[in-house]
Design a protein. Structure first.
Length: 290
């Protein structure tokens, strides 16, 4: 097995561990909390599934972006919530229950929604896009839904075990993810440097900042929900985004570098928002593991 394959395997294991830990922090009903409230469900999908794909297409149309960057922006706008985000949302003072429910809800919607949105973008804007629904469903099921449901089952039937294992899985997954990401950065920094410029940073900055603003405004009257939806709207699952991009444009070798640029940009730009929401004290449940 090559170094690259080992890194990918390490990241997959780390994401499984993190989502499993999130599931073990859930209470019965948390996974369905978004779907049980029609207004919250509608605002969440409008923010993440409608506004952001339109914004991505607009940015690709307006800016003269390198092809891998344009492809990745559209792919990121369609991908569901990244598994590590609920911990970040809780640290910012967001509602942990809403964060878990949003993770599950958007993952379920994405199974059908991603292929449909790709078709709409192709028909409306003349872009050649498409992805086998089975591959979307398989990746989302194995990386998000399966570990989330498994963790929730442990929490339901063995709550004491879940309370002990949850923090351990969360920390181990976080450390493994950090190591894997660092390894990718070391191997991809040249490709990242080549993509920076020609509107790349401006387009990605716009994507993140507008995502934060849209999610915050559509979060509703509860400040906890605003924090969660803002961070979720501005962030996306890099693994699923890479799958979308690689299937549509397998000849593009710089897609991993493009998604890394986005992740770095997102981390830098969301940090002040997290600090602000935590400082003003939105009163969220901070019990979720980081």
């Amino acid at each position: 097995m090559s170094l690259g394959e080992l890194v990918v395997l390490a990241i997959k294991i780390s994401i499984f561990a993190i989502v499993f830990a999130i599931g073990m922090s859930a209470r019965p009903g948390d996974l369905m909390c978004v779907m049980r409230t029609p207004a919250r469900f509608a605002r969440s999908l409008l923010s993440m599934v409608v506004v952001m794909p339109l914004l991505a297409v607009l940015l690709v149309t307006v800016f003269d972006l390198p092809r891998p960057v344009g492809v990745m922006l559209i792919a990121l706008s369609l991908a569901p919530v990244p598994p590590i985000l609920p911990g970040k949302q809780a640290k910012a003072g967001g509602d942990a229950v809403y964060a878990i429910g949003l993770l599950a809800t958007v993952a379920l919607v994405a199974i059908i929604g991603i292929p449909l949105e790709l078709e709409l973008i192709e028909l409306t804007f003349g872009m050649t896009l498409g992805i086998p629904p089975g591959r979307v469903a398989g990746l989302i099921a194995t990386s998000i839904l399966a570990p989330l449901l498994a963790g929730a089952a442990v929490a339901r039937f063995a709550p004491k075990l879940a309370s002990r294992l949850g923090p351990l899985f969360s920390k181990a997954g976080g450390l493994l993810l950090l190591a894997g990401t660092a390894a990718i950065l070391v191997t991809q920094w040249r490709a990242m440097a080549e993509l920076v410029g020609d509107g790349t940073l401006l387009a990605m900055t716009t994507f993140v900042v507008v995502g934060l603003a849209v999610g915050h405004l559509l979060g509703g009257p509860d400040p906890n929900d605003r924090t969660v939806l803002a961070l979720a709207t501005a962030s996306r699952h890099p693994g699923i985004a890479l799958l979308i991009a690689q299937i549509n444009y397998p000849q593009e070798t710089a897609l991993a570098a493009a998604v890394l640029i986005f992740l770095v940009t997102n981390a830098v730009l969301t940090a002040p928002y997290v600090f602000w929401r935590k400082r003003i004290g939105t009163g969220g449940d901070l019990s979720m593991p980081a």
